[in-house]
Design a protein around this ligand. Structure first.
Ligand SMILES: NC(=O)c1ccc[n+]([C@@H]2O[C@H](COP(=O)([O-])OP(=O)(O)OC[C@H]3O[C@@H](n4cnc5c(N)ncnc54)[C@H](O)[C@@H]3O)[C@@H](O)[C@H]2O)c1
Length: 360
């Protein structure tokens, strides 16, 4: 693998104070990777993400990461909960250290008013020795696919073994990536139950999935309750700010990946057999649902079953019984984004993909 540095000689010169901007024989460059560059590297398939996210979660569990709480930038004419730009920085230690940031914008009305996806993103990777930026890449694909990989990695530990039915609430791009990843990673899936309050979105998803996987049975449910009740694995991919899923809707043995975070009533957190998060600090920060529960005395660090990385390390158990109802509340970590971005950067360097841009 190529080192995550532009030019080691420059790094050592910089460290000794002799580096002079503009006089380098090989000035630092940036590698730019568009979404189509990433697709050319295999970024539409779940395999690289599942491996990379596993690596990132293990590094995180071993405290080899630095990940400040992410600031949410909002302004007054953007009233929806999904109207914001989030800055997500982190450092990944270990054998191939790297730092960087995902800068992810979202406007709930983009699909409706602009014909654009809700979310857009850029990822910047920095060499962890010189701290120089080495790559900039389109980030929405990586962001969506890593989110799906988190569900898949968690499902290996928390879903019923051999599960065959999935319920998906919300049928936008994030749902598509969740379902494609689950189908790639779990060949036992035979039925998918879809619900979206935009019925056309659910019908389009049904058509696409059935074309992709002949023999797969997809159903568009008349309401969220019916879909949720069918799912051994339930995944939420809406933009709601109002909880609507009740504990009693879930079937015994269900695993819920609460991707869109706001969909579950608080009682689900209280009554689930196990609640797992990706990172306790990110989940228990101001205004988030777990923090509200903590303030109300209804949840605590002690009641949390595990952080996801602990399951991968084996320091906490996954599913222990067929009827357990298990909830994953993964807020989404910069670690997930950066570990995947590093993987595609390394592949791009190896294959001379992307566009080199001068930094100066
Ligand atoms: N946890 C994470 O790491 C993570 C990462 C990325 C995205 N997300 C979240 O995933 C969600 C979906 O993203 P997207 O880009 O697909 O959004 P999108 O707006 O493109 O699609 C959302 C879909 O859900 C439907 N919907 C909205 N509210 C609904 C409701 N209450 N009931 C049924 N259907 C409903 C909409 O009609 C739409 O089809 C967002 O909330 C986003 O914040 C989470």
């Amino acid at each position: 693998m190529a080192p995550l540095t532009v030019d080691l000689q420059q790094s050592s010169e910089a460290a000794s104070g002799s580096r002079q901007v503009g006089r380098e024989t090989s000035p630092p460059t940036l590698l730019y990777l568009s979404q189509s560059d990433l697709v050319g590297l295999g970024a539409e398939s779940s395999r690289e993400y599942v491996d990379a996210v596993t690596e990132g979660l293990v590094l995180h569990a071993r405290h080899k990461t630095v990940q400040p709480l992410k600031p949410y930038l909002r302004w007054p004419d953007a009233p929806h909960i999904a109207d914001r730009i989030i800055a997500m920085p982190c450092y990944l230690g270990g054998e191939r250290p790297v730092a960087g940031i995902k800068w992810v914008g979202s406007r709930e009305a983009n699909p409706r008013e602009r014909g654009l996806p809700r979310a857009s993103a850029l990822i910047v990777l920095n060499d962890a020795y010189s701290n120089y930026p080495v790559a900039v890449m389109e980030g929405a694909l990586i962001s969506g696919m890593r989110t799906a990989a988190v569900t898949a990695v968690a499902a290996k530990h928390l879903a019923a073994p051999g599960f065959s039915s999935v319920a998906c609430i919300g049928c936008g791009p994030i749902a598509r990536m969740q379902l494609m990843t689950l189908l790639e990673q779990f060949p036992t899936i035979a039925q998918i139950h879809l619900y979206d309050f935009d019925t056309a979105a659910a019908e389009t998803m049904k058509g696409n999935l059935e074309a992709l996987r002949p023999g797969l049975r997809c159903t568009v449910s008349p309401d969220a309750r019916e879909a949720v009740g069918e799912g051994e694995l339930v995944v939420t991919c809406t933009t709601t700010d109002k909880p609507y899923i009740e504990y009693d809707w879930l079937r015994p043995g269900a695993f819920v990946s609460n991707v869109s975070i706001m969909d579950l009533h608080k009682e689900v957190y209280e009554r689930a057999d196990k609640v797992v998060v990706d990172d306790w600090e990110q989940s228990n920060r101001e205004k988030k649902i777990i923090h509200q529960l903590v303030l109300e005395g209804r949840f605590s660090r002690e009641k949390l079953h595990a952080e996801l990385g602990q399951l991968l390390l084996g320091s906490r158990p996954g599913r222990e019984g067929p009827d357990e109802i298990i909830l994953l509340n993964a807020m989404g970590m910069a670690v997930d984004d950066l570990v995947c971005a590093r993987r595609f950067y390394e592949m791009a360097v190896e294959r001379s993909a992307g566009t080199k841009l001068p930094l100066f």
